[in-house]
Design a protein around this ligand. Structure first.
Ligand code: SF4
Length: 220
């Protein structure tokens, strides 16, 4: 078993290697914001749409990255969505993720999470923002290491801002607001994003923007 751990360190095909030979597009897919389980039918569809030459990679972004021939992208998206997969939008938007709510056993904050998603997901921002909602104080999907982290407890959310998510200076976000009632959270997150859109420099990362402006009046 141990031998398998390093048996194939270099993949046969990657987005980079395939793109040297042809025109490929990368799609990020997952089974939804909360659900982390794929079905056999979804995996079979993934295998079909990438074809014999394509590549599948698992990533740190809660999604599988599929390398598909660009000529087939539209048909691939239709086939993936038809089996219940979500194709994640790329670019400078609010990209939302969440914990798995204990595989559906602890769904207290699920409706609130959906309302937050409907309120702010895919909003255009200066640079891609990761918004991570976790359903209890265990916070096991590390929301405090995303740009905006929301941790549910007793009909309210604690809101963390300004994490440096990666690199040698990585650090968790600061507690920005404690025990914000569930009903207010979508508007508070919208206000945070409005500040970011209004006062950030061009392409300024959210954590840099927050660090630079956190003492300004508009945060109050
Ligand atoms: S953060 Fe809480 S609700 Fe979410 S998966 Fe972890 S233990 Fe379950």
């Amino acid at each position: 078993m141990k031998q398998q751990a390093f048996a194939k360190n270099k993949p046969d095909a990657t987005f980079a290697t395939l793109s040297k030979e042809g025109d490929y597009t990368r799609l990020a897919v997952n089974p939804g914001i909360i659900n982390k389980h794929y079905t056999p039918q979804q995996f079979a569809t993934i295998a079909t749409v990438i074809g014999e030459q394509g590549a599948i990679k698992y990533s740190a972004s809660y999604a599988l990255l599929l390398t598909v021939p660009t000529a087939c992208v539209e048909a691939a998206i239709q086939a993936l969505e038809a089996v219940g997969l979500m194709v994640v939008k790329s670019g400078p938007i609010v990209a939302m993720r969440a914990c798995d709510f204990c595989d559906g056993e602890k769904m207290e904050a699920a409706l609130a999470t959906q309302l937050i998603y409907e309120s702010v997901a895919d909003t255009q921002v200066p640079r891609r923002v990761a918004l991570n909602v976790n359903g209890c104080a265990s916070a096991c999907y590390n929301p405090t290491y995303d740009d905006i982290g929301l941790v549910y407890q007793h009909n309210s959310f604690d809101i963390y801002l300004g994490a440096v998510p990666m690199g040698k200076d990585a650090q968790p976000g600061e507690l920005f607001a404690k025990k914000v009632p569930v009903a207010l959270v979508p508007s508070v997150v919208q206000a945070i994003l409005t500040n970011y859109n209004k006062y950030a420099r061009a392409s300024e990362a959210f954590h840099r923007f927050y660090k630079r402006t956190k003492h300004e009046d508009f945060w109050r």
